[in-house]
Design a protein around this ligand. Sequence first.
Ligand SMILES: [Zn+2]
Length: 479
Amino acid sequence: MYARVLAGDASYNGRFFMGVLTTGIYCLPACKARKPKPGNVRFFPTCEAAREAGLRACKKCHPDDFARGADPVLETVESLVAEVRTAPANFPDARAIVRRSGFGSTRVFELFRQHYHTTPADLLLRARLDLATRHLLASDATLSEIALEAGFEALSAFHDNFRRLNGLTPTAYRALRDGGAFEIALPEGYLLPYLRRALSRDIHSLTERLEGDIYTAAVQLSTGPAVLTLRLSPRKIEVAQAFCLPSNHEAGWKPALLPELHALVVGLLGLDEDAAAFARLARKLGLARLVAGRPELRISRTPSVFDGLLWSIIGQQINFPFACLLKRRLVERAGTPLPGGLYAPPTPAAVAALEPADLLPLQYSRQKADYIITTARLIVSGKLDLAALATMSATRAERTLLAIRGLGPWSVNYLMMRSLGFPDCVPLGDTGVTSGLQALLKLEERPDVDATRRLMAVFSPYRSLATAHLWQFNQPIPT
Ligand SMILES: [Zn+2]
């Protein structure tokens, strides 16, 4: 427990409390106050036990609030962000966010970085773009009206940022309402070979297939299974074909689904990630070799959060080929077979309907089978809302996920970076990360969890991209 305190390990907050006899206070394990000497420390299972021993609550880390499930500072930041997202035009710039917060500027930047993995300015920009995106689809207002309503001062800033993060112009985005094929422009220097590697990680996959420049994937959209076909080329990705089921299995476009499909493809491409900012940071740290040859590397996100969730449980503690095998067997057992040989990935309902005994013959351990099915049942019963996770603060999303049996820090952070798009996550204990760090920093041995946390801290708030680069560091360069 003392080691967790020294490491400032927030995932232990609430699991025990630390009393400091010399000061007479008790704290959360991750309290930022000066670390006490081991001889002066006693540990307690609850706040009550600490109070009975004559200690009082720390005014810095508020252990009682945490134990109650309350976190007043986090809640303040969350309601501020909700205000920004609802009416971004009320905030002309980041300074307006700082003023509204009631905190000092440095503190606001620290809180946004910690809880939202971003800066107030970037969060504001994305809030403006999200609002504009919704209005483009739902209204017939002119682009100028929409830009103004979202808080953009100039139409050009709206246009440029929209195109950078969405891969198409506002006008082309609005045209998704009419259906039909569309294409997404790739930024200068986009690394297609790395995308191809990400899309063909499991060459035996039952849900996706990469043949030449054609990528075909069976996915679950809000209306059910669909197949989409992408034509990959260095400057653009054509979303060439999609059909939704049930249908006559003919290529057909459902206009209502195109925005959903567009968002899915943006995630696959990692288009909204700030690759250039991370590359600059790495060079500034004197670690140019980490990004050498791939400054534009991005994280290819999973087609759905549930896909990522399954993978984050299946992939625990086993090697990659075996994880792929288990995944395929689950897809075959609970997915939807489609014409053409692909399977749509299993839905939460399909997995929730299984019993552990169904998965044991597929070489699942009892525990893994249990975790997968229990989690799927939480989703089906409404106790776990996957769609809500991406808009939560990172802190709230992490706490929500850590509370689920079967999801530890590795799974949670893996899911947050690979499926939810949070930019500052480290899947602690990941062997790709530790062996990447060892090679990058020429360490004599692989760093343990605490050393990993310490070494990765310099990459904040881009630790997800740092992780992606470390995964590639010992790999051959794809062609
Ligand atoms: Zn404290």
